[in-house]
Design a protein around this ligand. Structure first.
Ligand code: SF4
Length: 193
């Protein structure tokens, strides 16, 4: 089975609200969004092979410091990604996938705790913007939680400008997937990376 490659790794806090995540930028995204922030990672073999052994080594290094592993892409090779997700779960960690698709291959969903969907469309704004096509889901609660990013964006504006603003209305949409198996994304709206 061919390996996935990763172009960058970083510990992040905002990408998965409430979790400290080790994020891997996976190489080989085929979507080619205009304005992509990581176009250097488009070649499939850019960076380093993310073998199971290397991932395990990194998870051991961050043991006790992280609660989640975030894959920024990789759904274009679902089998190797499944293998890596399984490894993360075996280590007792939560998992998240950021995909530019509207829904990832179904085999990945049972291995994910969080999911962000939808490609980058600059004119619609990032996750958290009112018109964004991107969505963020907690797959255990079967809930859309894009509002958490809206709140973060609003909080940042508040602290930067120290102005009082009207509070942002929050909404959440119940995911109409099969509650127990998380095997489909029927009913989800488009999102982006
Ligand atoms: S989905 Fe994300 S990584 Fe892929 S091209 Fe679009 S912005 Fe870049």
């Amino acid at each position: 089975m061919p390996n996935l490659y990763f172009y960058a790794e970083q510990v992040v806090w905002q990408e998965v609200p409430g979790e400290t995540s080790l994020a891997f930028t996976i190489s080989g995204c085929p979507l080619g969004c205009k304005g992509c922030h990581s176009a250097q990672s488009w070649p499939a073999t850019a960076g380093t092979p993310l073998t199971a052994e290397l991932l395990l080594e990194k998870l051991q290094k961050y043991r006790g410091l992280i609660s989640c592993v975030l894959f920024l892409g990789g759904e274009w090779q679902p089998k190797p990604l499944q293998q890596l997700l399984q490894l993360c779960k075996k280590q007792g960690l939560k998992t998240c996938l950021y995909t530019g698709l509207d829904s990832p291959p179904p085999g990945l969903l049972p291995l994910l705790d969080y999911l962000k969907t939808g490609r980058w469309q600059a004119e619609l704004g990032p996750l958290g913007s009112p018109g964004s096509n991107q969505r963020f889901y907690d797959l255990n609660l079967l809930q859309e939680q894009s509002w958490k990013f809206r709140q973060t964006e609003q909080n940042s504006k508040n602290s930067a400008a120290t102005l009082s603003t009207t509070s942002t209305a929050t909404t959440s949409t119940t995911i109409t997937t099969t509650a127990t198996t998380k095997t489909t994304l029927e009913g989800l709206l488009p999102c982006n990376d």
